[in-house]
Design a protein around this ligand. Structure first.
Ligand SMILES: [Fe+2]
Ligand SMILES: [Fe+2]
Length: 324
């Protein structure tokens, strides 16, 4: 096991019990405020494109709201579809040591609570959109769906899910930090229920991030090299789709064009043309893939030579900087 500064499992398990909260502990009574943004403006990718400036304030706000809903859908996909389903299999098939098994039990229960929170948030945001709980904005490719199916079938062979958890759980923590900073600057700036959901999400994710590292040590480190290399290749392809966000952004733009027909003539085509530039924006990289946003993940990536292929995706950090 690599030496890491992570909480012991018994401490994590104790904290899971001590700090537990229920879905109903959140205040769901307020309506979502449609006159406000639902996330800090700079965390949405189109913010980093020149033609974003062509949006009116109302269009910017609506883009931000749709983006924020897409994030809720993405969390549901990641936490329930990918992680909970995978971990259930892992717990059933392998025989984790008792403290890890207990920690995974907490993890699964907490992720299911989170997906409930995100569905409620979506239903509050657009009451008519989710009669069947089908995603409206988050949009994965057929290839990504095929990968998901493979992982769910054989989580012990396709280990990409462990790296996905590591990256996204630290991103989640950083995501919440942006909400809390925005609230500190101006308590009225961003919708309060969105901020609350991300704040509560954060309470569990800090622990999850540590648990992921136990999973790495228990499940990933002892694996043969070919499985690690396969995981790394698959993970690079997934990361590329986050460095160059495309599918969900296009879907959000489609919905936006439906609501604001004037965008169809000039602004929308310009944004679609610029979309590939998001992944080349240093400011976007600083926000999402840097030592500021996910320092521990970057340090972990640097520990594993099979992940060396990741570094040329990132503009604002090198392997040397990550491990230094
Ligand atoms: Fe979560
Ligand atoms: Fe989590």
């Amino acid at each position: 096991m690599k030496r890491r500064d992570i909480g012991a499992l018994d401490v994590l398990n104790r904290k899971a019990v001590e700090n537990a909260y229920d879905f109903e502990d959140l205040d769901w009574s307020r309506p979502v405020d449609r006159s406000k943004p639902w996330s800090p403006e700079h965390i949405a990718p189109l913010f980093y494109l020149p033609s974003y400036a062509k949006f009116t304030p109302e269009e910017k706000r609506r883009y931000n709201q749709l983006f924020s809903m897409g994030v809720c859908e993405q969390f549901i996909w990641l936490e329930e579809h990918l992680l909970v389903n995978t971990l259930r299999k892992v717990v059933q098939r392998s025989d984790p040591p008792a403290p890890l098994k207990e920690a995974l039990g907490h993890f699964i229960a907490e992720e299911l609570k989170h997906t409930r929170m995100f569905w409620r948030m979506l239903e509050k945001s657009e009451p008519g959109w989710y009669p069947t709980r089908k995603f409206r904005l988050y949009n994965i490719s057929a290839l990504q769906q095929a990968v998901l199916d493979l992982v769910l079938k054989l989580p012990n062979v396709f280990l990409i899910w462990i790296w996905t958890a590591v990256f996204f759980e630290e991103r989640t923590v950083d995501y919440c930090r942006h909400y809390l900073e925005a609230r500190k600057r101006d308590p009225e700036a961003v919708d309060a229920t969105y901020t609350q959901v991300h704040e509560y999400h954060f309470k569990d994710e800090l622990r999850h991030y540590q648990l992921d590292q136990h999973l790495l040590a228990w499940m990933y480190d002892p694996q043969p090299r070919w499985k690690k290399r396969l995981a790394a290749r698959m993970f690079r392809s997934l990361m590329r789709s986050y460095v160059f966000p495309n599918r969900t952004s296009r879907r959000v733009l489609e919905v936006l064009a439906g609501e604001f027909p004037r965008l169809r003539a000039e602004v929308l085509p310009a944004l679609l043309k610029e979309l590939p530039d998001i992944g080349r924006s240093r400011a976007f990289h600083r926000m999402a893939f840097s030592k500021d946003s996910v320092p521990k993940t970057m340090a972990l990536f640097a520990e594993y030579p099979e992940l060396d292929g990741l570094w040329n995706l990132f503009l604002e950090i090198t392997k040397e900087e990550a491990s230094g």
